[in-house]
Ligand binder design. Structure first.
Ligand code: 4HO
Ligand code: ZN
Length: 256
């Protein structure tokens, strides 16, 4: 009957949140209902091999801060897991909230984390450029890692120290230090969570969060600005997209 409701009163359809694309059937982010996820014994372990020297620079793109990598070779790649090909690391960035009660894009059993890391990779085996991969169903693979408050995170501090400068040139940074060693993950077919919102992402959401301390999220992340120099300051917070309907998708888990 929920369908009838939408047919009868299409304007009240909850699916058309402001940022959803018409007819989208695999939008992200989603709530991961742990008990509804299906263990898939054929899922392989995710293989991650990053070359820290491919790290280029960190910058504020007006929506998050990105650390970008040289993706002109296969030096920093992921493979295995739910993936058919190997995917090249292009950038990683975070989403966070104005307060610790929310900030992540995905939720687990409707629980928000204060922040979520996205490591964005593209299928350079099949597509010549990232821009083309963004438009294809198997074009991208994004590893999502939840951040929860706890002990200080050494690796993250390197990034946090660079934020005030933001133009800070980076020499090397190995993003695998931000990924929990526990191999368990959920995976589902989804989309970008920012325009163009294309349904091109194989999401790999790590089950275990990494721990970061209060200052690392609050001081560093929340002091960034959406605005550029000279404009009226707007703190960069709540840069996450609302949850999207699961529709006809199953979330698979790599663990029982
Ligand atoms: C390519 C891309 C762009 C934005 N976000 O949030 C992502 O997670 C991935
Ligand atoms: Zn993201």
């Amino acid at each position: 009957e929920s369908h009838d409701w939408n047919v009868l009163f299409p304007l009240t359809s909850h699916a058309s949140s402001p940022l959803s694309i018409p007819g989208g059937t695999r939008q992200s982010p989603i709530n991961i209902q742990w008990r509804d996820s299906v263990y898939d014994p054929f899922l392989k372990p995710l293989k991650i091999s990053y070359d820290p020297s491919t790290c280029l620079h960190i910058w504020n793109n007006g929506y998050s801060f990105l650390v970008e990598f040289d993706d002109s070779t296969d030096k920093s790649i992921i493979m295995g897991g739910p993936l058919e090909n190997q995917y090249r690391l292009k950038q990683f960035h975070f989403h966070w909230g104005a307060i610790n009660e929310w900030g992540s894009e995905h939720t687990v059993d409707s629980k928000f984390y204060p922040a979520e890391l996205h490591l964005v990779h593209w299928n350079a085996v099949v597509y010549p450029t990232f821009e083309e991969a963004v438009m294809e169903g198997n074009g991208l693979a994004v590893i999502g890692v939840f951040l929860k408050l706890g002990k200080h995170h050494e690796g993250l501090q390197t990034l946090v120290d660079a934020l005030p400068a933001i133009k800070h040139k980076f020499d090397v940074f190995d993003p695998s230090c931000l990924i929990p060693s526990c191999p368990d993950y959920w995976t589902y077919a989804g989309s970008l969570t920012t325009p163009p919102l294309t349904e091109s992402v194989t999401w790999i959401i790590k089950k275990k969060p990494i721990e970061v301390d209060e200052n690392q999220v609050s001081f560093a992340f929340r002091m960034l600005l959406f605005t550029s120099d000279g404009e009226e300051e707007k703190r960069m917070v709540d840069n996450f997209r609302p949850l999207q309907p699961l529709m006809d998708r199953t979330v698979r888990s790599s663990f029982q």
